[in-house]
Design a protein around this ligand. Structure first.
Ligand code: BES
Ligand code: ZN
Length: 565
């Protein structure tokens, strides 16, 4: 018996859609996508096909015995019920999106790097594909597809798929949350045999330098976990309003420009999205409660890639940073959100997106690795990716497989179903960080410290270990308000809000006006909202910045700052 996905009205147990033909016409003037989708399934005598939609206008359905839209649910959207004749094996839906579609961001030219052309990109995870395609929007269903995008002149369209002349083609079955498209003034640079990068012309050289190690990363994972099965691996650099760091769309990772630090110091994100080509895209969470199977495995793989490509010390630092952030975030979460397998009925799956599935998940795998040894664990993982390749699985599928293939003494039930980090976890450690901790003690006692050779990771750890930061002194000495590194700047701005360090506020405002990455903007607004003066500042900035944010970020921030007319 298959696990039910509470975030979809689809009934794949009755009819399973297997292939999509997609046609998109982009109307930038009205911020509307006109679409035609043909859904193919095995011939059926079922009377009805149920699809997920959100804010779609359905114009007509071909090869159907009528159609009907149900009641709109604020989280799930609106079911579309299509009547079927006996033996039916396809239907074709003609539809339009709404300007506020949750899975689309339409950018005006001024919001792009080049300022000459508009930009559009999609973000389907977790349940936003339904806002731009009517389909069975559950990760339990996998489809192949062909796509075609009509764009105005001057724009270049890409899809997370293989390019085949006028079309795009995805011949490996993927879940709906991995269907993706973008269009803008894009240029391409090759990075290696299988890898390349798309970006606006103003960013393309910087991006190509930053991502120069991509091919080495692909080879590193392949050595550990088997061949890369998706053909090409390209990256697409999006405008700064992209609400995530990265999104693992197959063949084409979408990435925030805020990782272009100039020194490759933030490429853990590339390792992460690349790792999803195994954990997530090949073996996929069947429901959003199993999200930790995607993200926990991916953070574990990400760190293994970093170790192989950049060495042990780098891996240790990233692991300690992650471990610390996990504790920090968990302390503010209700106990029910400190478990790996989340109960999400009645909730937006985007709410389950805390560090718990990421860092606690990775810590569990690290703990199993320590228990059985690296060689045995790597062999297990390789077998796991082969065994479940191109399938969507639940937490119990994983548990059953693990217990059969690799019995251990790790208390799995406790890790997965109980809150917090169990005793006996494989805690990461970093010698480099210990030295920084000594430096920070020295600094706080008024001494001067040598920071010339510090990496981004050392800076982050230094700033986070300061007990009572003297903001003016730090800024005088290290010019942190002027930092060009988004992670360091973000950490600094957070401290500036906490310590009411006014000289950094103009920079913070500029940051919040341009960057829409949720990981940065959510904590900054939340911190501002803690005091009356901060609230006023947050509301004033948000009123101006909100129109430039992605709908997903707007929803998150409306709940924190309050929506304005
Ligand atoms: N798949 C996620 C992004 C995501 C998760 C989008 C849930 C929508 C819902 C992606 O792989 C990811 O984890 N991105 C992280 C970066 C990563 C290095 C931790 C992010 O965006 O911060
Ligand atoms: Zn991820």
């Amino acid at each position: 018996m298959e696990a039910m996905d509470v975030h979809s009205c689809a009934r794949p147990d009755l009819i399973r859609v297997r292939h999509l033909e997609l046609e998109f016409d982009l109307r930038f003037d009205r911020k509307i996508l006109d679409g035609v989708v043909t859904l193919h399934f095995d011939a059926t005598d079922q009377p009805e096909l149920a699809l997920d939609t959100r804010d779609l206008v359905i114009h007509s359905v071909e090869n159907a015995a009528g159609f009907e839209l149900g009641a709109r649910d604020p989280i799930l959207g609106t079911p579309l019920k299509i009547g079927l004749d006996k033996g039916c094996s396809w239907v074709r839906v003609h539809y339009s999106t709404s300007p506020g579609a949750s899975g689309l961001q339409w950018l005006d030219a001024p919001q792009t790097a080049g300022k000459q052309h508009p930009f559009l990109y999609t973000q389907s995870q977790a349940i936003h594909a339904r806002s731009w395609i009517p389909l069975q929007d559950t990760p339990a269903v996998r489809v192949t597809f062909r796509g075609r995008v009509r764009t105005p002149p001057g724009l270049y369209a890409v899809m997370a798929a293989e390019r085949a002349g006028e079309h795009f083609r995805m011949e490996r079955p993927v879940p709906s949350y991995l269907i993706a498209m973008a269009a803008g003034a894009l240029e391409f640079r090759t990075l290696g045999e299988r890898a390349g990068v798309f970006a606006e012309p103003a960013l393309i050289d910087v991006a190509a330098r930053e991502f120069a190690d991509t091919e080495a990363m692909i080879r590193a994972v392949e050595e550990m976990y088997g061949p890369y099965r998706w053909g090409r691996y390209d990256l697409l650099v999006l405008p700064p309003s992209f609400p995530f760091g990265g999104m693992e769309n197959p063949c084409l990772t979408f990435a925030t420009p805020t990782i272009l630090a100039g020194d490759k110091s933030l490429v853990a994100l590339v390792a992460h999205e690349l790792a999803h080509s195994w954990s997530g895209n090949l073996v996929t969470n069947a429901t959003w409660s199993d999200f930790w199977l995607n993200e926990g495995f991916t953070v574990y793989l990400e760190r293994r890639i970093l170790e192989k490509v950049y060495g042990r010390e780098r891996e240790e630092m990233e692991a300690v940073l992650g471990r610390r952030e996990l504790d920090r975030e968990m302390s503010s979460l209700p106990e029910s959100d400190r478990v790996l397998h989340l109960e999400l009925r009645g909730r937006d799956p985007d709410d389950g997106c805390t560090l718990v599935p990421y860092e606690k998940g990775a810590l569990l795998l690290r703990t199993i690795e320590r228990e059985v040894g690296r060689n045995r664990f790597d062999a297990f993982l390789r077998g796991y990716f082969d065994h479940f390749a191109f399938q969507s699985i639940t937490t119990s599928d994983f548990l059953e497989y693990l217990r059969r293939e690799l019995p251990t003494r790790v208390p799995l039930e406790e890790w997965i179903f109980r809150p917090g980090v169990p005793a006996g976890a494989a805690e990461p450690e970093s010698d480099a960080f210990r030295k920084v901790e000594e430096q920070s003690v020295c600094w706080e006692q008024g001494g001067s410290i040598q920071t010339n050779t510090w990496s981004t990771q050392l800076w982050l750890h230094f700033l986070r270990t300061l007990q009572m930061p003297d903001m003016a002194r730090l800024d005088r000495e290290f010019h942190l308000t002027e930092s060009r590194n988004s992670e360091i700047l973000f950490q600094w701005l957070l401290m500036a809000v906490r310590g009411v360090y006014e000289p950094a506020f103009p920079r913070m405002e500029e940051f919040l006006m341009t960057v829409g990455r949720r990981k940065f903007v959510k904590p900054l607004y939340s911190e501002l909202m803690k005091t009356p003066e901060g609230q006023e500042r947050a509301r004033r900035i948000y009123a101006r910045a909100r129109p430039g944010y992605h709908p997903i970020a707007q929803t998150t921030l409306d709940a924190i700052v309050g929506s304005q007319p």
